[in-house]
Design a protein around this ligand. Structure first.
Ligand SMILES: [Zn+2]
Length: 419
């Protein structure tokens, strides 16, 4: 540990990218007080004079806000085999595995995450209380969908190997009741399945999930209890329109988004979480069930061009990976995909920091680096504006802090530079 925890520290010399989209500041100064709050972030010449505060030399490095992943599943292992192992594991072992994934994800630079299905509010509370090292959490608990839809894991023999991911509701009244149950149990978000999906065997992305009326009920329940909002798993075009008309807060995936959908999003202020890491990851044939391989191939090109068109139309996008369906702790690979669909590297960083914080209702606390914000930040030894893809390697993230507390530090010999 170079920087001391619980006392103030002054970080000098890094290129500062503050998460607002503003130009980088070379040779910056970041000062954190003993309570973990930033008291100064900016150019060296306007910084308060150096006092007795320990100094960490970050010259040659880049300092950014801690990143967000707005779509994860920490309860899932990232591939088919681990899902099978999961089913056979005692619940306590599954909890330790979830905790391990959270820690790895934090070390990859994600200081805040929204889990959209598979874990309960206890993980959020454990992280808050310092019992568990991982990203700050917002959770949805279980996702709501109809019988035979994306949240229904029942097999033809009637057994249901659901890893705590789904709730089945078929009517507005059932949706209302289940929404209230989830909110009672501590969910920050509700998640609806407006369409079918890729990874489930019995439905397809073009299938319509919950209808507009039912989604509207869920949106109302979240609003009545002043929760963060409703996320809609939405892939096919018809379901996307249903979700948008019903007033969801964030559209997850959005692969079949068309012009009408983009216009609705702009009008309603809906945010897109395109999870391109999941959409564009092509499994080798034979390593996954053939239905999944077929679906992914059918959708990848369509998805890339639709999302690029939405970005060009001005639809706001934020960072989400669907890790858990895919591998954990490669979250920042999504930045490269966001650049591929039209964002500049600086815009991609903003999407993964300041803009994500706004969607999660945390913009007054984290997501940007300025005085008064909590000191959630990461330091990298690569130049993300030259090659954003390099940030995908967790080893490129050499320092991670949450509220000033150092969670990862591989600065190595730079330890000697603390005075
Ligand atoms: Zn997901």
């Amino acid at each position: 540990m170079t920087a001391p925890n619980g006392i103030s520290a002054r970080y000098e010399g890094a290129v500062l990218i503050d998460g607002t989209g503003d130009d980088p500041i070379p040779g910056s100064v970041l000062i954190v007080d003993g309570g973990g709050t930033i008291t100064y972030a900016g150019a060296a010449d306007a910084a308060p004079p150096q006092d007795a505060t320990p100094v960490v030399d970050l010259s040659g490095l880049t300092l950014l806000p801690g990143f967000f992943d707005c779509h994860v599943h920490f309860g899932l292992g990232g591939d088919m085999m681990s899902s099978l192992r999961n089913m056979a594991a005692p619940p306590s072992l599954r909890s330790f595995e979830t905790a391990h994934r959270m820690r790895e994800t934090l070390h990859a630079g994600i200081t805040t995450a929204r889990d959209l299905g598979g874990i309960d509010a206890g993980y959020r509370q454990a992280q808050q209380r310092g019992l568990l090292e991982g990203p700050r959490l917002r959770v949805a608990g279980r996702m709501l969908g109809p019988t035979g839809g994306h949240s229904d894991f029942t097999l033809p023999d009637g057994s249901c190997p659901d890893p705590g991911l789904g709730s089945v509701v078929d009517t507005p009244e059932q949706a209302r009741r289940e929404s209230r149950t989830l909110l009672r149990d501590g969910a920050d978000w509700l998640k609806v399945c407006a369409t079918g999906g890729m990874s489930t065997p019995s439905d397809d992305p073009e299938d319509v999930g919950l209808d507009e009326e039912t989604i509207r009920i869920v949106v109302g329940e979240a609003a009545d209890r002043r929760r963060d909002g409703v996320a809609a798993h939405s892939q096919g075009t018809v379901g996307i329109h249903n979700a948008l008309r019903a007033g969801v807060t964030s559209l997850e995936h959005g692969y079949g988004l068309d012009r009408q959908g983009s216009e609705l999003m702009l009008r309603n202020g809906t945010v897109l979480v395109p999870t391109l890491s999941a959409a564009l990851r092509m499994p080798e044939r034979g390593t996954v069930p053939d239905y999944l391989w077929q679906k992914k191939h059918r959708w990848a090109d369509r998805c890339r061009s639709n999302i690029a068109e939405a970005v060009a139309a001005g639809v706001p996008v934020v960072l989400g990976t669907d890790s858990g369906i895919g591998p954990h702790a490669n979250n920042l690979e999504e930045l490269r995909h966001l650049v591929d669909v039209g964002l500049s590297p600086l815009e991609a960083i903003k999407a993964g920091t300041g803009d994500s914080a706004r969607v999660l209702g945390l913009r007054d606390q984290v997501g940007t680096l300025s005085a008064g914000m909590l000191a959630d930040f990461v330091v990298t030894d690569v130049d993300p504006l030259r090659d954003i893809a390099e940030l995908a390697d967790p080893a490129a993230v050499v320092l991670v802090a949450q509220a000033g507390e150092i969670r990862k530090n591989t600065l190595g010999s730079r330890a000697a530079s603390v005075s």
